[in-house]
Design a protein around this ligand. Structure first.
Ligand code: NAP
Length: 485
Protein backbone atom coordinates (compact mmCIF):
# COMPACT_ATOMS: atom_id res chain seq x y z
CA UNK A 1 0.00 0.00 0.00
CA UNK A 2 1.95 3.11 -1.19
CA UNK A 3 1.10 6.48 0.33
CA UNK A 4 2.20 9.59 -1.58
CA UNK A 5 1.37 11.73 1.49
CA UNK A 6 3.73 9.94 3.84
CA UNK A 7 6.63 12.23 4.80
CA UNK A 8 10.19 11.89 3.54
CA UNK A 9 12.76 11.37 6.26
CA UNK A 10 16.43 12.07 5.57
CA UNK A 11 19.52 10.72 7.28
CA UNK A 12 20.98 12.84 10.08
CA UNK A 13 24.61 13.65 9.30
CA UNK A 14 26.58 16.54 10.78
CA UNK A 15 23.47 18.15 12.21
CA UNK A 16 21.50 18.17 8.96
CA UNK A 17 18.74 15.95 7.54
CA UNK A 18 19.98 14.84 4.13
CA UNK A 19 18.98 12.37 1.40
CA UNK A 20 21.24 9.37 0.89
CA UNK A 21 24.09 9.76 -1.62
CA UNK A 22 22.41 7.26 -3.95
CA UNK A 23 18.95 8.77 -3.51
CA UNK A 24 17.67 5.39 -2.22
CA UNK A 25 14.71 5.47 0.16
CA UNK A 26 12.47 2.86 1.66
CA UNK A 27 8.85 2.80 2.87
CA UNK A 28 8.55 2.28 6.64
CA UNK A 29 5.33 0.52 7.56
CA UNK A 30 3.07 0.15 10.54
CA UNK A 31 3.16 -3.63 11.09
CA UNK A 32 -0.31 -3.58 12.69
CA UNK A 33 -2.01 -1.98 9.67
CA UNK A 34 0.35 -2.10 6.69
CA UNK A 35 0.12 1.72 6.42
CA UNK A 36 3.24 3.53 5.11
CA UNK A 37 4.40 5.88 7.88
CA UNK A 38 7.28 7.52 6.03
CA UNK A 39 9.79 7.08 3.23
CA UNK A 40 13.21 6.94 4.85
CA UNK A 41 16.49 7.62 3.07
CA UNK A 42 18.63 4.48 2.95
CA UNK A 43 22.29 5.06 3.66
CA UNK A 44 24.97 3.25 1.68
CA UNK A 45 28.70 2.93 2.17
CA UNK A 46 29.33 6.55 1.04
CA UNK A 47 26.91 7.86 3.63
CA UNK A 48 28.53 5.71 6.31
CA UNK A 49 31.86 7.28 5.34
CA UNK A 50 30.34 10.80 5.55
CA UNK A 51 28.74 10.12 8.94
CA UNK A 52 31.94 8.72 10.45
CA UNK A 53 33.90 11.68 9.07
CA UNK A 54 31.38 14.09 10.62
CA UNK A 55 31.69 12.28 13.94
CA UNK A 56 35.50 12.30 13.72
CA UNK A 57 35.60 16.03 12.92
CA UNK A 58 33.27 16.84 15.80
CA UNK A 59 35.38 14.70 18.13
CA UNK A 60 38.68 16.21 17.08
CA UNK A 61 37.18 19.74 17.06
CA UNK A 62 36.54 19.16 20.75
CA UNK A 63 33.42 21.33 21.23
CA UNK A 64 31.69 18.42 22.97
CA UNK A 65 34.62 16.38 24.26
CA UNK A 66 36.21 19.40 25.94
CA UNK A 67 32.97 20.89 27.24
CA UNK A 68 33.06 20.93 31.04
CA UNK A 69 31.27 18.14 32.89
CA UNK A 70 28.65 20.66 34.03
CA UNK A 71 28.05 21.85 30.44
CA UNK A 72 27.62 18.30 29.09
CA UNK A 73 25.36 17.39 31.99
CA UNK A 74 23.18 20.46 31.36
CA UNK A 75 22.70 19.49 27.69
CA UNK A 76 21.78 15.89 28.55
CA UNK A 77 19.32 17.09 31.19
CA UNK A 78 17.77 19.42 28.63
CA UNK A 79 17.46 16.47 26.25
CA UNK A 80 15.74 14.42 28.99
CA UNK A 81 13.24 17.26 29.42
CA UNK A 82 12.66 17.55 25.66
CA UNK A 83 11.95 13.81 25.48
CA UNK A 84 9.42 14.23 28.29
CA UNK A 85 7.84 17.24 26.58
CA UNK A 86 7.43 15.17 23.40
CA UNK A 87 6.75 11.85 25.13
CA UNK A 88 3.28 11.18 23.76
CA UNK A 89 4.34 11.92 20.17
CA UNK A 90 7.39 9.65 20.55
CA UNK A 91 5.37 6.85 22.15
CA UNK A 92 2.75 6.93 19.41
CA UNK A 93 5.44 6.93 16.74
CA UNK A 94 7.13 3.95 18.41
CA UNK A 95 3.86 2.01 18.69
CA UNK A 96 2.97 2.71 15.06
CA UNK A 97 6.43 1.71 13.84
CA UNK A 98 6.91 -1.42 16.00
CA UNK A 99 3.28 -2.52 16.52
CA UNK A 100 3.71 -2.58 20.29
CA UNK A 101 1.03 -1.53 22.82
CA UNK A 102 1.03 2.19 23.58
CA UNK A 103 1.41 1.52 27.32
CA UNK A 104 4.72 -0.25 26.68
CA UNK A 105 5.93 2.55 24.39
CA UNK A 106 5.10 5.18 27.01
CA UNK A 107 7.15 3.25 29.56
CA UNK A 108 10.10 2.90 27.18
CA UNK A 109 10.09 6.58 26.19
CA UNK A 110 9.94 7.54 29.88
CA UNK A 111 12.88 5.23 30.52
CA UNK A 112 14.77 6.89 27.65
CA UNK A 113 14.34 10.31 29.27
CA UNK A 114 15.42 8.88 32.64
CA UNK A 115 18.46 7.36 30.95
CA UNK A 116 19.74 10.78 29.83
CA UNK A 117 19.01 12.15 33.28
CA UNK A 118 20.87 9.27 34.95
CA UNK A 119 24.01 9.66 32.83
CA UNK A 120 23.92 13.46 33.19
CA UNK A 121 24.12 12.78 36.92
CA UNK A 122 27.04 10.38 36.47
CA UNK A 123 29.21 12.85 34.53
CA UNK A 124 30.63 14.80 37.47
CA UNK A 125 31.22 11.65 39.53
CA UNK A 126 33.01 9.44 36.99
CA UNK A 127 36.76 9.90 36.77
CA UNK A 128 40.14 8.44 37.58
CA UNK A 129 41.84 8.09 40.94
CA UNK A 130 45.18 8.39 42.65
CA UNK A 131 47.04 5.10 43.07
CA UNK A 132 49.69 4.33 45.69
CA UNK A 133 52.71 3.07 43.73
CA UNK A 134 56.00 1.49 44.86
CA UNK A 135 58.18 4.27 43.54
CA UNK A 136 58.92 7.88 44.52
CA UNK A 137 56.13 9.81 42.84
CA UNK A 138 52.41 9.85 42.22
CA UNK A 139 50.27 7.43 40.24
CA UNK A 140 47.09 8.79 38.64
CA UNK A 141 44.47 7.37 36.32
CA UNK A 142 42.28 9.37 33.96
CA UNK A 143 39.17 8.20 32.14
CA UNK A 144 39.32 9.35 28.52
CA UNK A 145 36.56 9.08 25.90
CA UNK A 146 37.11 6.36 23.30
CA UNK A 147 36.48 8.52 20.21
CA UNK A 148 34.01 7.67 17.44
CA UNK A 149 31.52 4.93 18.42
CA UNK A 150 29.20 2.96 16.13
CA UNK A 151 25.96 2.06 17.90
CA UNK A 152 23.90 -0.64 16.17
CA UNK A 153 20.31 -1.11 17.33
CA UNK A 154 17.62 -3.82 16.76
CA UNK A 155 13.93 -3.32 15.97
CA UNK A 156 12.27 -4.57 19.15
CA UNK A 157 13.05 -1.62 21.49
CA UNK A 158 14.27 0.98 19.01
CA UNK A 159 13.99 4.09 21.18
CA UNK A 160 14.96 2.62 24.55
CA UNK A 161 18.03 0.76 23.29
CA UNK A 162 19.19 3.80 21.32
CA UNK A 163 19.10 5.86 24.52
CA UNK A 164 20.95 3.14 26.50
CA UNK A 165 23.85 3.51 24.09
CA UNK A 166 23.76 7.20 23.18
CA UNK A 167 23.40 8.60 26.73
CA UNK A 168 26.56 7.08 28.30
CA UNK A 169 28.58 7.57 25.10
CA UNK A 170 27.70 11.27 24.93
CA UNK A 171 28.06 11.71 28.69
CA UNK A 172 31.78 10.97 28.39
CA UNK A 173 32.42 13.17 25.35
CA UNK A 174 32.40 10.61 22.53
CA UNK A 175 30.90 11.26 19.08
CA UNK A 176 28.61 8.56 17.69
CA UNK A 177 26.92 7.15 14.61
CA UNK A 178 23.68 5.26 15.32
CA UNK A 179 22.55 2.55 12.88
CA UNK A 180 18.87 1.86 13.67
CA UNK A 181 17.23 -1.35 12.44
CA UNK A 182 15.94 -0.94 8.89
CA UNK A 183 12.33 -1.57 9.94
CA UNK A 184 12.27 0.93 12.83
CA UNK A 185 14.32 4.10 12.30
CA UNK A 186 11.68 6.73 13.12
CA UNK A 187 12.10 7.45 16.83
CA UNK A 188 15.91 7.42 16.59
CA UNK A 189 15.71 10.12 13.90
CA UNK A 190 13.41 12.16 16.13
CA UNK A 191 15.82 11.69 19.05
CA UNK A 192 18.61 13.08 16.85
CA UNK A 193 16.56 16.23 16.20
CA UNK A 194 15.77 16.68 19.89
CA UNK A 195 19.46 16.28 20.74
CA UNK A 196 20.36 19.14 18.38
CA UNK A 197 17.63 21.27 19.97
CA UNK A 198 19.04 20.45 23.41
CA UNK A 199 22.49 21.71 22.37
CA UNK A 200 24.41 18.60 21.30
CA UNK A 201 26.80 20.03 18.67
CA UNK A 202 26.33 18.98 15.01
CA UNK A 203 28.27 15.83 14.10
CA UNK A 204 28.32 14.46 17.66
CA UNK A 205 25.16 12.38 17.13
CA UNK A 206 24.57 11.05 13.60
CA UNK A 207 21.65 8.75 12.71
CA UNK A 208 22.06 6.48 9.73
CA UNK A 209 19.15 4.25 8.66
CA UNK A 210 20.16 1.73 6.01
CA UNK A 211 20.67 -1.98 5.40
CA UNK A 212 22.80 -3.61 8.09
CA UNK A 213 24.74 -5.83 5.70
CA UNK A 214 26.16 -2.75 3.90
CA UNK A 215 25.98 0.21 6.31
CA UNK A 216 26.49 -1.75 9.53
CA UNK A 217 29.48 -3.53 8.10
CA UNK A 218 30.93 -0.25 6.70
CA UNK A 219 30.71 1.31 10.17
CA UNK A 220 32.23 -1.70 11.88
CA UNK A 221 35.23 -1.77 9.55
CA UNK A 222 35.82 1.99 9.29
CA UNK A 223 39.31 2.75 10.68
CA UNK A 224 38.11 5.87 12.54
CA UNK A 225 35.54 3.89 14.53
CA UNK A 226 37.08 2.85 17.84
CA UNK A 227 34.15 1.24 19.61
CA UNK A 228 31.15 -0.79 18.49
CA UNK A 229 28.13 -1.39 20.66
CA UNK A 230 25.83 -3.91 19.00
CA UNK A 231 22.44 -5.21 20.06
CA UNK A 232 20.83 -7.86 17.90
CA UNK A 233 21.03 -11.51 16.99
CA UNK A 234 23.88 -13.78 18.07
CA UNK A 235 24.58 -14.69 14.46
CA UNK A 236 25.06 -11.09 13.28
CA UNK A 237 26.85 -10.15 16.52
CA UNK A 238 29.38 -12.90 16.01
CA UNK A 239 30.04 -11.56 12.49
CA UNK A 240 30.47 -8.04 13.89
CA UNK A 241 33.01 -9.31 16.41
CA UNK A 242 35.01 -11.01 13.66
CA UNK A 243 34.95 -7.88 11.46
CA UNK A 244 36.14 -5.76 14.38
CA UNK A 245 39.00 -8.08 15.27
CA UNK A 246 41.58 -6.91 12.71
CA UNK A 247 41.66 -3.36 14.11
CA UNK A 248 41.24 -4.53 17.75
CA UNK A 249 38.16 -2.33 18.08
CA UNK A 250 36.34 -2.32 21.41
CA UNK A 251 33.17 -4.41 21.04
CA UNK A 252 30.22 -4.96 23.33
CA UNK A 253 27.43 -7.29 22.27
CA UNK A 254 23.89 -7.71 23.58
CA UNK A 255 22.48 -10.81 21.85
CA UNK A 256 19.80 -13.51 21.93
CA UNK A 257 18.28 -15.19 24.97
CA UNK A 258 16.26 -18.22 25.99
CA UNK A 259 15.71 -17.27 29.59
CA UNK A 260 14.06 -19.36 32.28
CA UNK A 261 11.38 -18.58 34.82
CA UNK A 262 11.89 -21.02 37.73
CA UNK A 263 8.79 -21.59 39.85
CA UNK A 264 9.18 -23.53 43.10
CA UNK A 265 6.17 -25.12 44.78
CA UNK A 266 6.37 -22.77 47.78
CA UNK A 267 6.00 -19.68 45.55
CA UNK A 268 3.01 -17.35 45.49
CA UNK A 269 1.50 -19.11 42.47
CA UNK A 270 -0.97 -16.35 41.74
CA UNK A 271 1.84 -13.82 41.35
CA UNK A 272 4.06 -16.27 39.46
CA UNK A 273 1.17 -17.09 37.07
CA UNK A 274 0.61 -13.39 36.45
CA UNK A 275 4.15 -13.30 35.07
CA UNK A 276 2.70 -13.89 31.61
CA UNK A 277 4.17 -10.55 30.61
CA UNK A 278 7.67 -11.81 31.24
CA UNK A 279 7.18 -13.78 28.05
CA UNK A 280 4.32 -12.08 26.22
CA UNK A 281 5.44 -8.45 26.72
CA UNK A 282 6.23 -6.85 23.34
CA UNK A 283 4.50 -9.95 21.86
CA UNK A 284 7.48 -12.03 22.99
CA UNK A 285 9.90 -10.02 20.84
CA UNK A 286 12.10 -9.38 23.83
CA UNK A 287 15.64 -10.67 24.32
CA UNK A 288 14.78 -11.05 28.04
CA UNK A 289 11.57 -13.04 27.40
CA UNK A 290 11.34 -15.89 29.91
CA UNK A 291 10.23 -18.22 27.16
CA UNK A 292 10.90 -21.31 29.28
CA UNK A 293 8.95 -21.80 32.48
CA UNK A 294 10.34 -24.53 34.76
CA UNK A 295 7.87 -25.55 37.47
CA UNK A 296 8.36 -27.84 40.48
CA UNK A 297 6.21 -30.91 39.94
CA UNK A 298 4.10 -30.46 43.12
CA UNK A 299 2.79 -27.15 41.72
CA UNK A 300 2.93 -28.03 38.04
CA UNK A 301 -0.71 -28.81 37.21
CA UNK A 302 -2.07 -25.84 39.15
CA UNK A 303 0.50 -23.48 37.64
CA UNK A 304 -0.20 -24.57 34.06
CA UNK A 305 -3.92 -24.07 34.59
CA UNK A 306 -3.47 -20.58 36.04
CA UNK A 307 -0.99 -19.56 33.34
CA UNK A 308 -3.30 -20.72 30.56
CA UNK A 309 -6.27 -18.86 32.08
CA UNK A 310 -4.24 -15.66 32.40
CA UNK A 311 -3.11 -16.07 28.79
CA UNK A 312 -6.73 -16.53 27.66
CA UNK A 313 -7.59 -13.17 29.23
CA UNK A 314 -4.89 -11.21 27.37
CA UNK A 315 -6.24 -8.42 25.18
CA UNK A 316 -4.81 -8.56 21.67
CA UNK A 317 -5.48 -5.67 19.34
CA UNK A 318 -4.82 -2.14 18.14
CA UNK A 319 -1.46 -1.05 19.60
CA UNK A 320 -2.77 2.50 20.03
CA UNK A 321 -5.69 1.37 22.22
CA UNK A 322 -4.89 1.90 25.92
CA UNK A 323 -6.47 -1.46 26.80
CA UNK A 324 -4.30 -3.51 24.42
CA UNK A 325 -1.79 -5.88 26.02
CA UNK A 326 -0.47 -7.68 22.91
CA UNK A 327 0.12 -5.90 19.62
CA UNK A 328 1.39 -7.01 16.23
CA UNK A 329 4.60 -8.85 15.42
CA UNK A 330 7.10 -6.83 13.40
CA UNK A 331 6.35 -8.33 9.97
CA UNK A 332 4.55 -11.14 8.13
CA UNK A 333 7.95 -12.82 7.55
CA UNK A 334 8.75 -12.82 11.24
CA UNK A 335 5.26 -14.15 12.05
CA UNK A 336 5.82 -17.02 9.61
CA UNK A 337 9.06 -17.85 11.43
CA UNK A 338 7.25 -17.88 14.79
CA UNK A 339 4.50 -20.08 13.34
CA UNK A 340 7.17 -22.45 12.02
CA UNK A 341 8.44 -22.93 15.60
CA UNK A 342 4.92 -23.62 16.82
CA UNK A 343 4.46 -26.31 14.15
CA UNK A 344 7.79 -27.81 15.21
CA UNK A 345 6.63 -27.91 18.85
CA UNK A 346 3.45 -29.77 17.88
CA UNK A 347 5.40 -32.15 15.64
CA UNK A 348 7.88 -32.96 18.43
CA UNK A 349 5.06 -33.82 20.83
CA UNK A 350 4.73 -30.80 23.15
CA UNK A 351 1.18 -30.30 24.52
CA UNK A 352 -0.40 -27.20 22.94
CA UNK A 353 -2.60 -25.70 25.70
CA UNK A 354 -3.73 -22.48 24.03
CA UNK A 355 -2.99 -20.37 20.95
CA UNK A 356 -0.78 -21.67 18.18
CA UNK A 357 -2.46 -19.83 15.32
CA UNK A 358 -2.16 -16.66 13.31
CA UNK A 359 -4.77 -14.23 14.69
CA UNK A 360 -7.24 -13.61 11.88
CA UNK A 361 -10.42 -11.73 11.13
CA UNK A 362 -11.35 -8.03 10.79
CA UNK A 363 -8.57 -5.58 11.57
CA UNK A 364 -6.19 -8.43 12.45
CA UNK A 365 -5.91 -9.34 8.77
CA UNK A 366 -4.06 -6.12 7.94
CA UNK A 367 -1.34 -6.79 10.51
CA UNK A 368 0.94 -9.56 11.76
CA UNK A 369 -0.89 -10.69 14.88
CA UNK A 370 -0.28 -14.07 16.50
CA UNK A 371 -2.14 -15.78 19.32
CA UNK A 372 -0.22 -16.02 22.61
CA UNK A 373 0.77 -19.67 22.74
CA UNK A 374 1.42 -21.96 25.69
CA UNK A 375 3.05 -25.38 25.36
CA UNK A 376 3.21 -27.71 28.39
CA UNK A 377 5.12 -30.97 28.94
CA UNK A 378 7.98 -29.65 26.84
CA UNK A 379 11.08 -31.83 26.87
CA UNK A 380 14.26 -29.80 27.41
CA UNK A 381 15.83 -30.92 24.14
CA UNK A 382 12.91 -29.92 21.92
CA UNK A 383 13.62 -27.15 19.44
CA UNK A 384 11.08 -24.81 21.10
CA UNK A 385 12.96 -25.19 24.40
CA UNK A 386 16.37 -24.51 22.90
CA UNK A 387 16.07 -21.81 20.24
CA UNK A 388 15.05 -18.18 20.61
CA UNK A 389 11.60 -17.88 19.00
CA UNK A 390 11.17 -14.13 19.53
CA UNK A 391 7.39 -14.40 19.52
CA UNK A 392 4.52 -15.03 21.96
CA UNK A 393 5.35 -18.68 22.62
CA UNK A 394 6.19 -20.22 26.00
CA UNK A 395 7.37 -23.73 26.92
CA UNK A 396 6.48 -25.16 30.35
CA UNK A 397 8.51 -28.04 31.76
CA UNK A 398 8.29 -29.78 35.17
CA UNK A 399 11.26 -30.44 37.48
CA UNK A 400 11.70 -32.57 40.62
CA UNK A 401 14.60 -30.99 42.52
CA UNK A 402 16.54 -27.76 42.90
CA UNK A 403 19.54 -29.33 41.17
CA UNK A 404 17.44 -30.37 38.20
CA UNK A 405 15.91 -26.89 37.98
CA UNK A 406 19.38 -25.33 37.80
CA UNK A 407 20.58 -27.87 35.26
CA UNK A 408 17.56 -27.21 33.03
CA UNK A 409 17.91 -23.42 33.40
CA UNK A 410 21.54 -23.67 32.32
CA UNK A 411 20.81 -26.11 29.50
CA UNK A 412 20.93 -23.72 26.53
CA UNK A 413 23.70 -21.86 24.75
CA UNK A 414 22.31 -18.55 26.08
CA UNK A 415 22.40 -16.74 29.43
CA UNK A 416 20.74 -13.32 29.40
CA UNK A 417 17.91 -13.00 31.88
CA UNK A 418 15.65 -15.03 34.17
CA UNK A 419 13.34 -15.06 37.16
CA UNK A 420 12.89 -17.19 40.21
CA UNK A 421 9.79 -17.59 42.38
CA UNK A 422 10.08 -18.93 45.94
CA UNK A 423 9.43 -17.86 49.54
CA UNK A 424 12.65 -19.56 50.73
CA UNK A 425 15.38 -16.91 50.88
CA UNK A 426 18.15 -19.49 51.27
CA UNK A 427 17.04 -21.26 48.11
CA UNK A 428 16.68 -17.94 46.30
CA UNK A 429 20.29 -17.04 47.06
CA UNK A 430 21.58 -20.51 46.10
CA UNK A 431 19.70 -20.57 42.81
CA UNK A 432 20.47 -17.01 41.66
CA UNK A 433 24.17 -17.75 42.16
CA UNK A 434 23.98 -21.06 40.26
CA UNK A 435 22.03 -19.91 37.20
CA UNK A 436 24.36 -18.87 34.35
CA UNK A 437 22.88 -15.52 33.38
CA UNK A 438 23.72 -11.83 33.33
CA UNK A 439 20.48 -10.71 35.00
CA UNK A 440 17.95 -12.48 37.23
CA UNK A 441 15.05 -11.34 39.43
CA UNK A 442 13.36 -12.94 42.46
CA UNK A 443 9.57 -12.93 42.86
CA UNK A 444 9.11 -10.45 40.02
CA UNK A 445 9.62 -10.42 36.28
CA UNK A 446 11.08 -6.93 36.45
CA UNK A 447 14.82 -7.23 35.98
CA UNK A 448 15.97 -4.29 33.86
CA UNK A 449 16.85 -1.20 35.86
CA UNK A 450 18.70 1.81 34.47
CA UNK A 451 20.97 1.90 37.48
CA UNK A 452 22.09 -1.74 37.23
CA UNK A 453 24.37 -3.48 34.72
CA UNK A 454 22.50 -5.29 31.95
CA UNK A 455 23.90 -7.94 29.59
CA UNK A 456 24.46 -11.61 29.07
CA UNK A 457 26.86 -14.52 29.45
CA UNK A 458 27.61 -17.40 27.05
CA UNK A 459 26.21 -16.64 23.58
CA UNK A 460 23.98 -13.87 24.93
CA UNK A 461 26.79 -11.38 24.68
CA UNK A 462 29.80 -9.69 26.14
CA UNK A 463 29.95 -6.52 28.22
CA UNK A 464 27.26 -4.74 30.25
CA UNK A 465 25.09 -1.78 29.36
CA UNK A 466 23.31 0.56 31.78
CA UNK A 467 24.41 1.52 35.28
CA UNK A 468 27.98 2.59 35.87
CA UNK A 469 29.21 -0.33 33.69
CA UNK A 470 28.28 1.52 30.51
CA UNK A 471 30.66 4.32 31.47
CA UNK A 472 33.48 1.79 31.34
CA UNK A 473 32.42 0.83 27.79
CA UNK A 474 32.69 4.33 26.48
CA UNK A 475 35.97 5.33 28.08
CA UNK A 476 39.55 4.15 28.30
CA UNK A 477 41.72 4.21 31.41
CA UNK A 478 44.99 6.13 31.11
CA UNK A 479 47.70 5.68 33.76
CA UNK A 480 50.04 8.57 34.50
CA UNK A 481 53.08 8.48 36.79
CA UNK A 482 54.61 11.75 37.97
CA UNK A 483 58.08 11.37 39.41
CA UNK A 484 59.03 13.20 42.59
CA UNK A 485 61.61 15.94 41.83
P1 NAP B 1 19.76 -8.42 13.76
O1 NAP B 1 19.20 -8.94 12.52
O2 NAP B 1 20.97 -9.06 14.32
O3 NAP B 1 20.01 -6.86 13.52
C1 NAP B 1 20.44 -6.00 14.54
C2 NAP B 1 21.02 -4.75 13.93
O4 NAP B 1 22.21 -5.10 13.21
C3 NAP B 1 20.12 -4.07 12.90
O5 NAP B 1 20.31 -2.68 12.97
C4 NAP B 1 20.64 -4.63 11.60
O6 NAP B 1 20.34 -3.83 10.48
C5 NAP B 1 22.13 -4.63 11.88
N1 NAP B 1 22.92 -5.52 11.01
C6 NAP B 1 22.48 -6.52 10.22
N2 NAP B 1 23.53 -7.10 9.57
C7 NAP B 1 24.64 -6.45 9.97
C8 NAP B 1 26.03 -6.57 9.67
N3 NAP B 1 26.49 -7.50 8.83
N4 NAP B 1 26.91 -5.72 10.26
C9 NAP B 1 26.47 -4.81 11.13
N5 NAP B 1 25.16 -4.63 11.46
C10 NAP B 1 24.25 -5.44 10.89
O7 NAP B 1 18.67 -8.43 14.95
P2 NAP B 1 17.18 -7.90 14.89
O8 NAP B 1 16.40 -8.91 14.14
O9 NAP B 1 17.13 -6.47 14.48
O10 NAP B 1 16.80 -7.90 16.43
C11 NAP B 1 16.33 -9.02 17.09
C12 NAP B 1 17.45 -9.71 17.83
O11 NAP B 1 18.06 -8.79 18.75
C13 NAP B 1 16.96 -10.84 18.68
O12 NAP B 1 17.73 -11.98 18.45
C14 NAP B 1 17.14 -10.37 20.12
O13 NAP B 1 17.40 -11.37 21.04
C15 NAP B 1 18.28 -9.42 20.01
N6 NAP B 1 18.21 -8.44 21.09
C16 NAP B 1 19.09 -8.53 22.13
C17 NAP B 1 19.02 -7.62 23.19
C18 NAP B 1 19.96 -7.70 24.36
O14 NAP B 1 20.07 -6.72 25.08
N7 NAP B 1 20.65 -8.81 24.57
C19 NAP B 1 18.06 -6.60 23.17
C20 NAP B 1 17.18 -6.54 22.10
C21 NAP B 1 17.27 -7.46 21.06
P3 NAP B 1 19.06 -4.20 9.55
O15 NAP B 1 17.86 -3.98 10.37
O16 NAP B 1 19.21 -3.28 8.43
O17 NAP B 1 19.23 -5.65 9.15
Amino acid sequence: MADPDAPDEGLLIDGRRVPSASGARSPIRNPATGEVLAYVAQAGVDDAQAAVEAARRSYEGGAWRRATPAERARVLLRLAELIRANAEELARLESRNVGKPIGESRGEVGMGADCFQYYAGQIPTFGGRTVPVSAPGTGLTFREPVGVCALIVPWNFPFAITTWKVAPALALGNSVVVKPASATPLTALRLGELALEAGVPPGVLNILPGPGGAVGAALVTHPAVRKISFTGSTEVGSGVMKLAADDIKRVSLELCGKSANLVFADADLEKAGAAVFSVFGNAGQDCCARSRVLVERAAYAEFVERFVERTRALRIGDPLDDATEIGSLISPEHRAKVDGYVRKGVEQGARLCIGGQVKRGGAYDAGSFYEPTVFADVAPDMVIAQEEIFGPVVSITPFDSEDEAIRLANGTIYGLSGSLWTRDIGRALRVVRAVETGVISVNTSWSVHLEMPFGGVKRSGVGRELGPSALEHYSESKSVFIAEL
